[in-house]
Design a protein around this ligand. Structure first.
Ligand SMILES: Cc1ncc(COP(=O)(O)O)c(C=O)c1O
Length: 361
């Protein structure tokens, strides 16, 4: 699904030079490298501010906390996401409420989200899942009408856009993960929060550093979630290659859309002209997914399932609040979905092996 050993040599040389610069600087936490990456990331993602954090889960929790979400508040999100999305809501002390997904895409359905609204709802955390941008103006209008905050989980969607709107730029907060497998990945854990409010950005900077405003002064109880200089320097190097990597993912996805033809397999809806999809994952659906996954494995192709168990069926979340109409689409998606390789290190031959293997059954 990923092969990090295929990092282009030219990029490796820049990464080595950046790491050497950090080592020789003698400054490893909250320094120039972070400031530089934050400024580049804000610019790239179309936001005024970026605040580097230790990982993507912290970015969601931090976003909720700076918006004042607290115990007793309900936050709507999707059951079809990394567990971290829901865990971050729980860690902020709020109550997650799971809405169903759209069957064509696997992404959060606004219709279902509307059924989840109550007097206690304070925010929604939609996920730009698999690299596909949600209809941001529609989510924005939904939040304005309901009087709630929009926190975009952009962990899988670096560079994705709805029309010309960058994901993470329309909500009150955008939350990013730079986990190594992400479209922009560090060489360890890393994350960031983006926003357009200076006040919120300042609050996030305080929260990530124990709640410290000035040395030894702690107006709030924060946590330790700093993005270190080494990871920031790696991310600055890799950001320069992000568009090339994205174009490669998009070309692979386009090949799959044009070549995969098997009546026992369904593709998720192809991106429309409005969606700049960055194809973090390429997901298929089949009632016989085990057979397909076995066939691909026999042809030397790794596959994974994102995600086999929707959040409300995980042992630690039994009894979690859900759409009163249930989560039928999410359950169906979880039972049938599987992901085939779609990463920038793939060769044309490997891409062909994958679609031929899917078509062969
Ligand atoms: C959709 C989504 N949200 C949040 C996260 C959490 O990011 P991290 O692993 O950096 O904490 C991830 C990463 O797995 C993710 O895919």
């Amino acid at each position: 699904m990923n092969d990090f050993s295929r990092e282009p040599e030219e990029l490796i040389q820049i990464e080595i030079a950046n790491c050497e610069r950090v080592i020789r600087s003698g400054w490893y936490i909250l320094g120039k490298e972070l400031a530089e990456f934050e400024s580049s990331w804000a610019q790239y993602s179309g936001c005024r501010f970026a605040v580097g954090l230790a990982n993507g889960m912290d970015a969601i929790e931090c976003g909720l906390r700076i918006l004042g979400i607290a115990p007793g508040d309900e936050v709507i999100t999707t059951p079809m996401t990394a567990f971290a999305t829901v865990l971050a809501i729980l860690r902020a002390g709020a109550t997650p409420v799971l809405a169903d997904v759209d069957l064509e895409t696997g992404l959060l359905s606004l219709e279902s989200a509307a059924r989840c609204l109550t007097k206690k709802t304070r925010a929604i955390v939609p996920v730009h899942l698999y690299g596909r941008p949600l209809n941001l103006p529609a989510f924005h209008d939904f939040c304005t009408t309901a009087g709630i905050y929009l926190i975009e989980d952009c962990a899988q969607a670096h560079g994705a856009k709805w029309k010309n709107i960058q994901v993470g730029s329309l909500g009150h907060v955008g939350a990013w993960s730079f986990y190594p497998t992400k479209n922009l990945g560090a060489f360890g854990d890393a994350g960031a929060l983006t926003c357009n409010s200076e006040k919120l950005a300042d609050q996030a900077r305080i929260l990530r550093n124990y709640g410290q405003s000035v040395r030894y002064y702690h107006p709030v109880q924060g946590f330790n979630s700093r993005l270190d200089e080494m990871q920031a320097a790696i991310l600055s190097a890799r950001l320069m290659w992000l568009d090339r990597f994205t174009q490669k993912r998009q070309a692979i996805a386009q090949t799959y859309y044009s070549k995969i033809a098997n009546e026992n397999v369904e593709l998720l809806r192809a991106p429309t002209n409005e969606e700049t999809h960055v194809h973090h994952l390429f997901v298929l659906r089949s009632k016989n997914r085990e057979t397909f996954m076995q066939q691909l494995q026999n042809d030397g192709v790794e596959t994974l399932i994102h995600y086999p168990v929707p959040v409300h069926k995980r042992a630690s979340c039994i009894g979690i609040k859900v759409d009163p109409n249930g989560l039928e689409h999410a359950e169906c998606h979880a039972e049938t979905c599987f992901s085939i390789p779609c990463h920038p290190g793939m060769t044309a031959e490997e891409v062909e092996t994958v679609w031929r293997s899917v078509n062969a059954l």
